[in-house]
Write a protein that binds this ligand. Structure first.
Ligand SMILES: [Zn+2]
Length: 448
């Protein structure tokens, strides 16, 4: 007899949202939380580089090119149908028409279907867009030799001894090594799919999210440039996480990009502003910053676990661009992106420990005195130091801001601010300069 349990409820939900699953275009780790009744599941993506020059890489290139061929062939069919009938074929129609196609049969059926699915989806969105924008172009053809993204569903993936066996086609497999962070595991039961794109494999898997902690203290985080993160806990301990790592990566790549940019400009007589090498450099920059943010968030989460934190509160990022604290354009650019990354990474790492991440409006947290509440933009003095013009309270400006965020949140949730759990006005400060290891393939850039 069919029993209705939360597990089935979740499965039903998962199936309902299945069609959109190929719209996956994340660069590294992205968080997907599905909340069904009583059950928390989370999707994580682990990104692994596929070694260059190996057999696997070659086989995947070939499969990626077959995906291109399927895309183009099916796209040709769609265009034809559109011109002849004024209708766009559905995914099911494509699946039926291309079931025995020469190229489709060279791949695992699900891998070929994923291409058709994506194409059908692209036509759908073009169809919708066309209503408001008559000039919109239908999905284009891909260059003959290009390598498309390849998707392997869990039917084409086996997990064995911490390796993945991907089925390219009947009887043809390749093996992939992977690493996941401590505490999580990829199994046959939780793997969702693997996508290969640009020489990387994105492994998507489900993990169960522990129930949110009910007991514990609150930690507030203030984000900044000189100090990427400054944390203050209810027990009065403050930690300053230096921004040196992120800043030096940023500085290094900015310089290299500017250098290369002027070369490109000169060589093209001012016509060209961008090149493939330049996008490669900016990709490397993003990757390294993300790497540094991984290390940083990991160490914050470790601290949370050690000191029994149940909630972490952070300033609302939507206001960060408007904030007066970011006056340089370049740092705005870095931080609009960096902070978003930071929050995403922090959120999922905390979630794995059952710790909630909440936001409060950051407004005037940097101008307000955390002791007496006096707000004055001249309170904040130079070189990251805060001095209240009313009561004379002095503190590191980022710690002062973090205390304000903490107090604001405690006040909103009706918890006692002063007193036994009292936020200390003279916090114990610990500095963390961050031992940030660089990626092996990126080291030459850092050093050079
Ligand atoms: Zn004051």
């Amino acid at each position: 007899m069919f029993q209705f349990t939360p597990f089935y409820a979740f499965n039903a939900l998962f199936k309902m949202s299945y069609p959109s699953i190929y719209r996956w275009d994340t660069a590294d780790i992205k968080l997907y939380i599905t909340k069904a009744i009583l059950i928390y599941k989370m999707y994580l993506t682990t990104r692994v580089k596929i070694a260059e020059g190996g057999e696997e890489r070659e086989a995947l290139r070939e499969a990626g090119n077959i995906c291109t061929k399927i895309w183009n062939k099916a796209n040709y069919y769609c265009r034809e149908q559109w011109e002849q009938t004024g209708k766009i074929p559905s995914y099911y129609e494509l699946q039926r028409v291309f079931k025995d196609d020469f190229w489709c049969r060279k791949l695992h059926s699900h891998t070929a279907q994923a291409v058709l699915h994506k194409l059908a989806e692209s036509y759908q969105s073009w169809y919708k867009l066309k209503k408001t924008d008559p000039k919109a172009h239908p999905p284009g053809f891909r260059k003959k030799n290009s390598i498309s993204t390849i998707a392997f569903t869990n039917f084409a993936v086996r997990v064995e001894d911490h390796r993945l066996r991907l089925t390219l086609t009947k009887g043809k497999h390749i093996w992939l090594d992977y690493q996941v962070q401590p505490g999580v595991e990829i199994t046959q039961g939780n793997i969702v799919r693997v996508e290969i794109t640009n020489g990387y494999s994105n492994i998507v898997y489900r993990v169960e999210e522990p129930e949110p902690k009910k007991k514990g203290q609150v930690m507030a985080i203030d984000l900044g440039i000189i100090n990427t993160a400054t944390t203050v806990k209810e027990d009065g301990e403050a930690k300053i996480y230096s921004g040196k790592g992120v800043l030096s990566i940023q500085r290094y790549f900015n310089k290299e990009i500017a250098k290369l940019q002027s070369i490109v400009m000169n060589q093209s007589g001012g016509k060209k502003k961008w090149s493939r090498q330049l996008s490669e450099l900016s990709r490397k920059r993003r990757r390294q910053i993300k790497h540094a943010l991984h290390a940083l968030t990991r160490s914050i989460v470790e601290d949370c676990v050690k000191s029994n934190v149940k909630e972490v509160v952070i300033g609302d990022l939507r206001n960060i661009r408007k904030g007066k604290r970011w006056n340089k354009k370049s740092s705005q650019k870095l931080h609009a992106w960096g902070f978003k990354q930071f929050t995403e990474l922090l959120r999922y790492k905390l979630a794995l420990e059952g710790i909630r991440l909440v936001t409060v409006n950051e407004k005037s947290t940097s101008k307000m005195c955390s002791r007496c509440g006096y707000v004055d933009r001249y309170n904040r003095k130079k070189r990251g130091w805060f001095k209240c013009r009313k009561c004379g309270y002095e503190e590191n400006a980022d710690i002062n801001a973090a205390i304000n965020i903490l107090k604001k949140y405690l006040h909103q949730t009706g918890r006692p601010v002063e007193g036994s759990s009292g936020v200390v006005n003279a916090p114990r400060v610990i500095r963390w300069d961050g031992n940030i290891p660089s990626e092996p393939d990126a080291r030459q850039f850092i050093g050079g």
